[in-house]
Design a protein around this ligand. Sequence first.
Ligand SMILES: [Ca+2]
Length: 296
Amino acid sequence: MSALSRRHAAFALILAVGFFLLAFALSAEVSEAAPDPFRPLKERLLKDGFSGPSIARVYQGQPSVQFKTVARTFELRESKLNYDQFLNPSSIEKGRRFASEHRTALRDAGQTYGVDPCVIVAILLVETQFGSYTGKTPTVAVLSTFALMDHKSYRDRIWAMLSPREKARWGREAFDRKLMDRSDWAYREVCALVRLAEDRVRVESLRGSVMGAVGWPQFLPSSLVRYGADGNRDGRVDLFDPWDACHSVANYLRGYGWCRARTREEKEKVIYQYNHSRPYVQTVLGIADRLQPCES
Ligand SMILES: [Ca+2]
């Protein structure tokens, strides 16, 4: 063999080894990405009686696990949320403008469900400033990831992502309890997503808050199933549409007894069902007081 062909042979060998290593690396990556993280969840849904095609519709977007998002929810503090901003004059003005632009929808929702239209406006203002920020977190993915948290190995991964400060604040035991509770809660919400898929709602493309709430009124899927209302009567419920959003909020409030609520305290109790937060309730009623009347 000449020196030249020896060099060619050596070059070919290096190339072959290179290709082999590349192929090995790629196959390792593929095999790591291949297992479906939501498989246990899908099997549980099947066992609970949901149909394969409906489950497949929910997961047709091939959602990915949202560990970082789940870890981030441990840093959320309600006290950090500034409810007072919604009572300032510019915010109330925004509410007034919305009430004026959408007075027909508000009047219709108010009359259909027997709910004060000003409270509907106040809720839509505080939740998303009338759809200005409805959240970008993929709903199926985040709720499914929460639902996986009954597995210790997944909780270990989330725990490892928390800062030392958060770890000290929660403690492992309370953290585990919290995530186990959230897993139960999220599984019920995933069931609601399958029910919506059965009704041909395109849940796979839904995006919303880190806790899975969607649309202008920030409804969880279970609330959408129960209280979602087709305000503009186009045959589907769209929580990103002002008519449907107004009607759905009104339907929700009626569902929690708004019509029977006479005193301030009784009204506070109904709004508390929308969001379990005292400052939230006070802010919503404070805005509604400032907006009165909303339907003229
Ligand atoms: Ca509609």
